[in-house]
Design a binder for this molecule. Structure first.
Ligand SMILES: Cc1cc2nc3c(=O)[nH]c(=O)nc-3n(C[C@H](O)[C@H](O)[C@H](O)COP(=O)(O)O)c2cc1C
Length: 207
């Protein structure tokens, strides 16, 4: 078995260490965050740190890298309070990855990648037309992670758009039917296969 101790990790070359640490925590959600600046320039960026924070109220969070350089997504969502979360599916994988490139602020990643910005129900941030599962969120709060200067951004979910045929009668959304991808590290993309759904676990009902 391969083993890395903390002192081994400290000695690894930075790219190797980044690949190891980014992938060893498991498969991640893969989403495009859509925002718009006050000048009207749309922005799109891939994020793999979106997490469920709570259902009541409906909240999500994501990790933003330290504000040591320009962060367009963050600047835009702080200015107008809105952002969209758009699932990456197989058909837009390469375009989605390209949004991680550091384009100038006045350049829109929508235009550069050919993904289509769409505004739905007067929401103040652009969705990705080619994405089939999308959420409209309001900025709620930002918490500094003191250990490394990252921010945990909290958003409340105000809109959810789904294809007709992928939701079960109990509310659960079958993501494989939408070909939603998950990410491995910062450059691997996978198409998960659903194995099963299990009953709510109770202590006396396991055999
Ligand atoms: C697969 C992948 C996942 C990423 N996830 C995050 C993330 O969770 N948080 C983050 O701050 N940057 C993440 N990035 C980097 C951003 O996509 C990148 O910094 C982008 O340029 C940010 O754009 P912006 O300045 O327009 O906000 C990720 C990059 C890739 C390729």
């Amino acid at each position: 078995m391969v083993h890395y101790s903390r002192s081994d990790l400290d000695k690894l070359p930075s790219r190797f260490k980044s690949n190891l640490i980014n992938s060893c925590t498991g498969y991640k959600a893969c989403n495009l965050l859509g925002t718009v600046s006050k000048e009207g320039t749309t922005n799109l960026a891939i994020f793999n740190s979106i997490i469920h924070i709570g259902s009541n109220p409906a909240l999500l969070g994501f990790i933003l890298r330290p504000l040591t350089v320009r962060r367009d997504t963050y600047e835009n969502l702080r200015q107008n309070g809105c952002f969209t979360v758009n699932h990456v599916n197989k058909s837009i994988m390469e375009k989605a990855h390209q949004t991680s490139a550091k384009y100038e602020k006045q350049i829109s990643e929508f235009e550069k990648t050919g993904l289509t910005a769409e505004y739905i129900d007067d929401f103040q941030a652009p969705y990705v037309k080619e994405s089939t599962i999308k959420l409209g969120c309001h900025y709620e709060n930002a918490y500094e992670i003191k250990e490394n200067g990252c921010l945990l951004i909290i958003g409340s979910i105000h809109h959810i758009y789904l294809p007709e045929n992928i939701q079960h009668t109990d509310g659960w959304v079958q993501l494989d039917k939408a070909q939603t991808l998950s990410g491995v590290g910062l450059d691997g993309y996978a198409l998960p296969e659903l194995l099963t759904r299990l009953a709510y676990a109770r202590p006396d009902e396991f055999n």
